[in-house]
Structure formats: structure tokens, C-alpha cells
Design a protein around this ligand. Sequence first.
Ligand code: FAD
Length: 469
Amino acid sequence: MSTIVLGGGLSGLSAAYYLKKMLPKVPITLLEASDRIGGWVRSNKVDDCIFEEGPRTIRPRGSPAAFNTLELIDELGLANEIVPILSNHPAAKNRMIFVNGKLHSLPNSLISLFKKQEPFSKPLIRYLLNDLTAPKKNVKDEPIYDFVNRRFGSEFADYLISALICGICAGNAKEISVNFLMKNLFQYEQQYGNITKGMLKNLFDSNKVKPKGLALKAKKEKWSVYSFKNGLETLPKALENKLLDHKVEIYVNTTCKEIDLPCIDDNGLVFLADGRILNAFHVISTVSSQCLAKVVHKEHPQLADLLNKIKCVTVGVVNLKYNKRLITKDGFGFLVPPNEKLPILGVTYDSCCFPNGDNTVLTVMMGGAWFKDLFGDYPDKQDLLKTAKEQLKTTLGITDEPINFKVSIHQNCIPQYTVGHTETVEKINAYIKNNKLSLSLCGSSYYGVGINDVILSAKNAVNDLMEDV
Ligand SMILES: Cc1cc2nc3c(=O)[nH]c(=O)nc-3n(C[C@H](O)[C@H](O)[C@H](O)COP(=O)(O)OP(=O)(O)OC[C@H]3O[C@@H](n4cnc5c(N)ncnc54)[C@H](O)[C@@H]3O)c2cc1C
């Protein structure tokens, strides 16, 4: 009788890792539908460079989730594999947006807040000061666009936040919940009337988690973001090896078709697509909420309806390599606010972040909340490649042909935390509790979409389980 972990992406691997660490005697079986481990983390070695088809960097600072990932990396013995981008590197200092047909660098220092910088019509400090006088609105939740528009003005919402939401979750800021990215700032407004007051009151909060170990090193050395020498897939590969060393049973090409969920009084059954049936003492689901909805629908239609409320968007990723230097101004890359009506979300300058001789490596991201409108129900990879090349010409003036490229269409890859998301997750958890189901939820559908979030969500799920044992 095993604890079954559903999904072999970063959160599934992390859940199995923490489970083995905290409850070493519990037998674990991890099921992965595809033929490989790692989920959306895919580092493809092409000649001498790496095409990251999914995530490319991890944030080391500013949150317990970031510190937790570094602690995990240290435990896995991967500290020496890390390649950080330091905060004085052009890739850290120069982040851009494409507005009104031009690239604009975003302010990156205290002094730059006081200067008027295109496309903004006044210095950024003036938008920030707007917060002091903007009236408070009592709401439970609202689109992040409306919140920012209300407190800082429309240019801030149109150029900055809308672009940022495209970069973080490929989503539409007019739909995404303010509780997603700006939870603290939103709560400051609700509690203190404006954000500035809330920030000042919390400046000396002694409960803040202090970095230690590798996280402290990252702080001292001023890492902005990081990856690994052989790409981000280093992390799931190391986790997989660790789990195999500890005799965790990992099955790839193994799709869970249906689950009769275990509960406190009874064990459960996991039905696999190949006809096998596994007994389950507990299930940790790390698959997307919509994938989970499919497998629990028969026994728990009400739970499936709640899970189906959290929708995902599809993202097209085009990696391109050119055999000469084509970028005139180094940086991390640029984002395109939706108002520009271009068919791309943004472009990362991979060879500026992680240099590759005289080559230029770029990644064009497209679609997200607008994928279906742009590419239809049956997207064609040639169409995406053509669009990527056209947009590189429009935005960066690149007319050269790439010497190598890879087009990926990641169907339903990023969950959208739309208005009401927190309430939906609360209802899902209440259903599980009220029905005494032995089911833990983690992964990108519930508590944050980034790598740090999903790893911490796995750790928290296992911690909660420990309390019940
Ligand atoms: C294009 C892109 C760029 C990103 N960029 C960044 C970034 O730069 N930084 C960052 O921090 N985050 C980034 N993210 C987010 C990050 O990649 C995710 O948070 C993370 O990979 C999610 O991991 P997961 O294990 O929760 O889910 P997944 O990776 O989706 O893993 C779930 C696994 O479950 C399997 N599965 C599904 N259904 C079943 C079933 N019925 N039976 C068995 N197995 C099943 C799937 O095959 C999959 O392997 C990006 C995501 C994408 C898509």
C-alpha cells in the first residue's frame, strides 16, 4: 500500500522528496503520464547552447519560497552547478517593454524614479505618490489591472502591470486576481487605506524570514536570478536520482485514468490507463486542477466542478539560435503589453543572460490568454515560427535566418488565478476536509505558478500530512 504521487514535474518530485525525508518508511509510488520526468522544465541541449523550452530562471530573493528552493538545491548537492546573474549584470539591470513601436528600458534605480522616461508621461515617483491620495475601495478581490489603475494610474497599469502579468503567467491583467501578485499591497490598502502607510508599518516587521545558507550567499553576492550550468532541468534530474536512490517507485508512461479517492476510514484505488489498479493509502496530486478534475469526476463531481474553475492557458515557445551577435543593447529581454496588439508576449535574450560565444540565442513567447484568438484550435508550428521571425524583425530589426530553432506548443501550461481564485481554493480544501478525503493538493494550480511556489507547496502539503499522521 503506497502513498501515490500524481505527476512527475517539479512539484511531484519535490513532494516525493519531502515525503521520503520526513516519513522515510512510507512507501511512495510516483506516476507520470509522459515518457519523461520534469514536467514543463525542459532544457534541450542544441549544439553548444541550451534551449529552455519552459522556465529559464529562478528568483533567489525576497520570499520564504525562494529560500526554500535554495535549501533544497543545497541538500541535493547542486550548489556548484548554479549560474547566477548578478544584480550589476546588464541582464539584471535592463528589462524592457515594447511600447508605441519602440523598446524602452524600465527604471532600475532610485534616481531613475525621479526622471521622466518614455513611454511614461511623467516620472514614476509621481504615479507612486498618487497612492497617498487615491481613495480606498472596499472589495474582496478585483482584477490586478483595476487595483493598479486605481492606486497608481492608467499608464502604470497599461505599460507596467499588464506587461508583467504577460511575463509571469501569460495572462490578462484585466482578469487576474490582485491577490495573485500583489496580495500584500492589496491588503495594505484594505487595512491601512493606502499602500505607502501599510509598507511603512511593515518595514520593521520582525517576523520576516531571514535568509541562511545558500540563500544568504545569494543575498551577499547580489544574485538577481539563477539557472544551472546545464540548464534548469538539472533540478528535476537530481531529484529523480535522489528518489531512485531511496527506492521510490517512479513510473513514466503511466497515466492515471480515474481515482476512487482514499478517505480516513478507507483506502483508495488508482486506475491506470493500461488497466492496472493500484491501492492508495493517500494521494498527493501535483497535476493541474483540470487534470485532477478528470480523474475524480465520477466519484466527486462537485469537487471536479470546483477544480475546473481554475483554467490554464496555452503558450507557444520559439527558441532561435543565430551565428552572430544581433542584440545591440544587452538586457534580460522585453515584454509586450497587450495594448500593443502584437502577437507575442515577449522575448528573452538568452545569450545575454548566459553568453554563448558570438552566437545570439533568443526565445519568443506567444499566446497565453490570447492563444486561441491568435492561432486557433489547431495551431500550426510553422505558423508560430513565421510569427516569431516576423516579430523579431518588427521589434529588433532581425532579418537573419536562425541556424537552429525549436518550436513548442505547451497546451494548458500556466494556470490563471482569476478574480475569486483564493475563494475557489478555499472551497476545494473545504470539500476535501468535509469529505475526510486522504488527498493533498500542490503544484501550480493553487498557491503560486512559479518554481519556488510549487516546490514550497509540495513541502507544505507534506508538512500538513505529518500533522495528521
Ligand atoms: C513556458 C513556461 C515558462 C515558465 N517560466 C518560468 C520561469 O522562468 N521561472 C519560474 O519560476 N517558473 C516558470 N514557469 C512555471 C514553472 O515551469 C512551473 O511552476 C512548474 O514547472 C510546474 O511544475 P509542476 O510539477 O507543478 O507541474 P507540471 O510541470 O505541469 O507537472 C505535472 C506533471 O503531471 C503529469 N500528469 C498530468 N496528468 C497526469 C495523469 N493523469 N497521470 C499521471 N501524470 C499526469 C504531466 O505529464 C506533468 O509531467 C514557466 C512555465 C512555463 C510553461
